[in-house]
Design a binder for this molecule. Structure first.
Ligand code: NAD
Length: 430
């Protein structure tokens, strides 16, 4: 059994030495991390291909470029962000000098998930470094090639006492969580989120949980359906549906459903050709467990588009299911694969009733050109994000801000500001 006492002891001593409080030191570490991404871009792309058969273009957009821009944004703003704040003064302090200093927490644990194995770990790590913390990096063991890259390459660029990498699965992570951390940043499923939260609670450790959830997509007949279907399928099929903010299921009328199916068949042919399995542009399911889980979900309803699969490649054809019932497994759990069920509703009121009878969505996607319909959703629902007439692109709006929420969570006094995306309970209409 792994024992993390020594690793934690070194990180604690490093933090106590005060070296991470030095802003130049932080800046140097971030510059090194940026250099690591630049010097090893091809290796990163190969690791993602080995784990997920991820197409290069996708890896560039959602991992390497994303991570590079994130660090550049931090480096550009760091001097401003670390300045003490001067809050408004009350009458009592009118003659005083009042300042808020943003102190680092101490030793932070960042636990990553497998679906975006680099950026989900390294973006919060960069924010924690910028905020002056020591950080223990725990990549997901499920994306094994990416975990190997992180364990072997990142330590060549970062201070090893301050930023150790720890590998392993549930057993090792459970052992790691017995240690006392000063902050825990976890990305992954709600099931494991509860375990992480319970472990953190023992020490009252502040925690960020970036969890999953279902993201409904309402379409009405006012929109131009070819474009809507393209945008929905694009959001669904990046990383083969293994994206926390992928549209999870569609809500629409029977009439719209019929047109969606016609359009979807044409769009898929246009994108992937007649033999989708031979296309280089569709990733694969991460492992056999998830592949088998998805085959189980495909038993719900009736296949209207796709439906083919090949276990030897963990390939699942982009699939649309109709006639699903609200208590089918596919309508209950987060799908996390290239399967899109359509649940028919009469109108927007019906859709809202359905959405509100469940956990708040991670993201709510609305396709309508009717302002009244949009207002109805905005005023009657709660969700982590709300994106209108497109999918995923709201995440890009956070690109500019994306390191800031992480950074702010790791700087005391700023917690709660700008937590723009993710956990089901957050509300943001953008
Ligand atoms: P996961 O929960 O299986 O694993 C995540 C991390 O938890 C891994 O590092 C793993 O080693 C660790 N872990 C697994 N089992 C554990 C246990 N029993 N005890 C302690 N640690 C354990 O999650 P996943 O399957 O890797 O990721 C998929 C989930 O993550 C989906 O629900 C998805 O929506 C969510 N997600 C959320 C975001 C977001 O930003 N909100 C981003 C990506 C993924």
């Amino acid at each position: 059994m792994a024992n993390f006492d020594d690793t934690l002891q070194l990180a604690r001593l490093a933090f106590a030495s005060g070296k991470t409080r030095n802003v130049s030191f932080r800046r140097k570490q971030l510059e090194n991390l940026l250099r690591c991404y630049e010097e090893h871009e091809n290796e990163i792309i190969s690791a993602l291909e080995a784990d997920l058969r991820r197409p290069k273009q996708e890896s560039l957009i959602v991992e390497t470029e994303f991570m590079k821009n994130d660090i550049k944004h931090i480096l550009y703003n760091l001097a401003e962000w670390v300045k003490p704040e001067k809050p408004d003064k009350s009458f009592v302090n009118l003659l005083d000098d009042v300042q808020i200093f943003n102190d680092p927490f101490g030793v932070v644990l960042v636990i990553g998930a497998w679906n975006y194995p680099l950026q989900l770990l390294l973006v919060p790590v960069a924010a924690a470094i910028a905020a002056g913390n020591c950080v223990v990096l725990k990549p997901s063991e499920i994306a094994g090639n990416c975990a190997k890259f992180i364990a072997e390459t990142i330590p060549k660029y970062l201070d090893n006492d301050c930023y150790p990498v720890v590998c392993g699965g549930p057993t090792e992570t459970a052992e790691l969580l017995k240690q006392r951390f000063d902050y825990i940043f976890y990305t992954g499923s709600p099931r494991v989120g509860k375990i992480v939260h319970a472990a953190a609670n023992k020490n009252l450790t502040p925690t960020t949980l970036e969890l999953g959830g279902k993201s409904p997509c309402y379409i009405d007949k006012s929109v131009e359906l070819r474009t809507a279907v393209k945008r929905i399928l694009w959001g669904k099929l990046i990383n083969c549906g293994q994206t926390c903010i992928a549209p999870d299921y569609v809500l629409c009328s029977k009439e719209v459903q019929e047109q969606v199916i016609v359009e979807a068949k044409e769009v898929l042919k246009e994108w992937y050709g007649d033999n989708i399995q031979s296309s280089p542009d569709l990733s694969r399911i991460i492992n056999q467990n998830n592949f088998q889980r998805l085959l189980g979900l495909m038993k719900s309803g009736r296949v209207a588009v796709g439906g083919k699969y090949d276990a030897s490649e963990r390939y699942i054809e982009p699939t649309i299911l109709v006639d699903v019932k609200q208590d089918d497994a596919i309508m209950e759990e987060e799908i996390f694969g290239p399967i899109l069920p359509i649940y028919t509703v009469e109108n927007a009121y019906d859709a809202i009733k359905f959405i509100n009878s469940r956990e708040n969505p991670l993201v709510l996607y609305i396709f309508t050109t009717e302002t009244e319909v949009l207002d109805l959703f905005v005023n009657s629902t709660q969700s982590g994000g709300l994106c209108v007439n497109d999918t995923i692109m709201h995440y890009a709006a956070y690109l500019y801000l994306n390191c800031f929420p992480h950074l702010s969570q790791l700087l005391p006094n700023k917690i709660g500001k700008n937590h723009l995306y993710s956990t089901c309970s957050q509300t943001l209409k953008s």
